[in-house]
Design a protein around this ligand. Structure first.
Ligand code: FMN
Ligand code: SF4
Length: 387
């Protein structure tokens, strides 16, 4: 192994050799389809967790008609273990804002919203100053795009794009049925593009460096670099920008404490990878990760880890659909019963089946993703689940 596999990238946090609003100005000298083509060509995937191709999303959005089209920057950042969007908003807000503005130009949107989780309200004064500076530039460039800040109400599920829109409209933060997707029918019934904070910042950098340069980082499926929020048993906790494509073994060598037994990739909605699978890539083909990466060493009880996750899911389930509302509670009670000896170890298999049923039948990504961490922990650390 060589730590060279964990390449520190310097794209998103690259120094301002070209100021973000200069990138906007230069982008506006291109045609709108050219800007979208640049993003498409870069292969950038959304950094909010689902990994949808950003260029494709922008193209769909550009093709929707409407006198009022919205762009929402999803800064809800509720996934336990992630704190990268906060760093972007604090350290490079102009890259985020210019990414939103480039999307607005390319897709003909006139209104923007930064949906900020309530815990980040302390960032509002500084962001407002940044938005005033942006307004001056937008005016100078002849771009009609006004961004406001909306403060969320602190629920994890409000990070889901349709629940986020519901909460902006004053309703309970509950996911909508899809279709229609926000791009067709979003905030106030208008076409709405929702992208993650990091997606906008990266899009701006793609326009800065060009898709051909950006593509030289990462793998054919996972292009570029991304931010990883690293926490747990690591001497180097924090936010790091890393080139995509690294193996977990290399990641652990760089960030672990020498005693790593598992790595949770993609936050609680992601997978818990045991040591025997460390040769796999940290971001699998065809998907991406929000970048919440928690490292556990041998002193950690994986039962406690799982209990903690399930407690969180049961608490955060919006309760709208039965598989998730009841399933999260049953999984929690189920592992407690096995741990106390009230139920036999075989009961864990029934619980795995339940979690897979939740994956198929739940309405949104919260209930659908519980099986990822549940199954990976129960199967790989069964001996820690029993009495
Ligand atoms: C329960 C749940 C929570 C989510 N939380 C966030 C979040 O905090 N931030 C975010 O950008 N996306 C979050 N998402 C994903 C969004 O629904 C959406 O896919 C994303 O904002 C799209 O942006 P992207 O294409 O740039 O990734 C969440 C999804 C689910 C199901
Ligand atoms: S899966 Fe859970 S969070 Fe999502 S709509 Fe159903 S109950 Fe609500």
């Amino acid at each position: 192994m060589s730590t060279k596999q964990v390449n520190r990238a310097d794209i998103i946090f690259s120094p301002y050799s070209v100021a973000p609003y200069e990138i906007l100005r230069l982008s506006m000298q291109k045609t709108k389809p050219e800007v979208i083509e640049e993003i498409t060509e870069s292969g950038l995937r959304g950094r909010g967790g689902a990994g949808f191709l950003t260029g494709l999303k922008w193209k769909f959005f550009a093709n929707t008609d409407g006198d009022e089209k919205y762009i929402i920057c999803n800064a809800d950042e509720g996934e336990p273990g992630t704190f990268k969007d906060r760093k972007l908003l604090v350290e490079v807000p102009r890259k985020v804002i210019s990414g939103m503005a480039i999307a607005a130009y390319a897709c003909n949107a006139t209104k923007g919203v930064i949906y900020l989780r309530a815990e980040y309200n302390n960032l509002i004064p500084a962001l407002k100053k940044e938005l005033d500076i942006f307004d001056e530039h937008a005016k100078k460039f002849g771009l009609k795009f006004k961004i406001e800040i909306f403060s969320g109400a602190g629920a994890y599920v409000c990070g889901e794009e349709t629940a986020l829109i519901e909460s902006m409209e004053g309703q309970r933060g509950e996911p909508r049925n899809k279709p229609p997707f926000p791009i067709q029918n979003g905030y106030l019934g208008k076409p709405t593009l929702v992208n993650n904070v990091e997606t906008f910042a990266t899009a701006s950098m793609v326009c800065r460096y060009g898709a051909s340069t950006y593509k030289t980082y990462g793998t054919s499926d996972q292009r570029g670099s991304k931010l990883f929020s690293i926490s747990g048993d690591s001497p180097k906790e924090g936010v790091f920008e890393l080139e995509l494509g690294m193996k977990i073994s290399d990641f652990v060598e760089e960030f672990g404490d020498g005693d790593t037994k598992a790595v949770q990739v993609g936050g609680v909605a992601g997978f818990c990878i045991p040591r025997k699978q460390f040769e796999t890539a940290i971001v699998g083909e065809g998907n991406t990760t929000g970048g919440a990466t928690m490292i556990f060493n041998s002193t950690r009880s994986m039962y406690n880890v799982l209990h903690n996750y399930l407690d969180f899911f049961a608490e955060e389930s919006c309760g709208q659909c039965t598989p998730c509302r009841v399933g999260t509670q049953q999984l929690l009670k189920g592992i407690e019963a096995v741990k106390s000896g009230t139920k036999p170890v075989e009961y864990l298999d029934d619980l795995i089946k339940l979690s897979k049923t939740m994956q198929i039948t739940s309405k949104c990504g919260l209930g659908q993703s519980v099986t990822n961490s549940f199954t990976s922990i129960v199967q790989n650390f069964k001996e820690e689940m029993i009495y």
